[in-house]
Write a protein that binds this ligand. Structure first.
Ligand SMILES: [Zn+2]
Length: 282
């Protein structure tokens, strides 16, 4: 049921190591959201996967392995509940240069944004939310782990999981993201049956990946570039980060990888297109 936990170990371990190094939580807890998740009210509802048995939150990992070569780049806009003081002291959890590069290269992308990030960078969140090249999805509010054992990350109680996701949607709305997607990426990629059950009823599809870029805390852009180029297959979902301080090579990697993947015949799509082509329904 959780076939890819081993595959995500590397990125989780890196994230956890860094987060541990960053210090401990100040005990801030997600507050209950004031309103439920509202999927896009527009006429073109995003496709979602059907729930699993008992309404369990469905999990998406990659699109069809067809000859039509598509690849979806995803960027996690990480910011943890307790990182406000670091942002206030000048640490950059955003990455405007990366977003500019994606725009210049005309690469559509899906941004999994934490609510805490949207609270910190509302103008950037709004800009992404209004740019048809991007779709903005949910990466929790707190960026706390949704499993008991996620490489040392602080954890969200089962009782607080749904509220944390709803609080993130509320932050996105407040920042000015009008149509956040009904897609959720678990912090660290860590999930289990309990977490999938806790989010059932929200109508979200959990989105994992099949290609770990390795950009988290990387300093060697060439190594990340090779890892992406070696890993991408038709229908792949690549996980990268939109956080300068935690992923300083990502813009450079994108500028190198995009033309090469196009040379190999790949077309860049958003996660919603892959889900739609994988039997997702509206
Ligand atoms: Zn993350």
């Amino acid at each position: 049921m959780i076939p890819h936990l081993r595959r995500i170990t590397a990125v989780c371990a890196v994230l956890a190591a860094a987060l541990t190094a960053c210090g401990t939580t100040d005990g801030e807890r997600p507050a209950p959201a004031v309103s439920p998740v509202s999927a896009s009210p527009s006429s073109t509802r995003p496709p979602v996967l059907a729930p699993g048995p008992g309404g369990l939150t469905p999990v998406f990992e990659h699109g069809p392995r067809t000859r039509d070569k598509t690849v979806a780049f995803t960027f996690d806009a990480d910011m943890t509940a307790d990182q406000g003081p670091r942002a206030a002291s000048g640490e950059h959890f955003d990455n405007p240069g990366l977003i500019s590069a994606l725009r210049a290269l005309k690469v559509p992308a899906t941004v999994f944004m934490t609510g805490r990030w949207a609270d910190q960078y509302p103008a950037e969140a709004r800009s992404l939310g209004h740019d048809p090249r991007f779709e903005v999805a949910n990466h929790s509010w707190s960026h706390y782990a949704f499993t008991a054992d996620c490489y040392g990350l602080p954890t969200v109680d089962a009782d607080g999981m749904r509220a944390d996701v709803e609080r993130a949607y509320a932050s996105l709305r407040t920042a000015g993201v009008p149509h956040a997607m009904p897609y959720f990426r678990f912090p660290g990629g860590c999930y289990d049956q309990r977490a999938l059950r806790a989010l059932s009823g929200l109508g979200v599809t959990a989105v994992q990946w099949d290609v770990v870029s390795g950009d988290a805390f990387a300093t060697d852009a060439d190594a990340v570039t090779r890892q992406v180029l070696d890993g991408v297959k038709p229908g792949s979902v690549v996980v990268m980060h939109c956080t300068r301080s935690a992923a300083p090579t990502t813009e450079q990697v994108v500028r190198t990888v995009v033309p090469e993947l196009r040379r190999r015949g790949y077309r860049f799509v958003k996660v919603s297109e892959l889900i739609g082509r994988s039997g997702g329904h509206r």
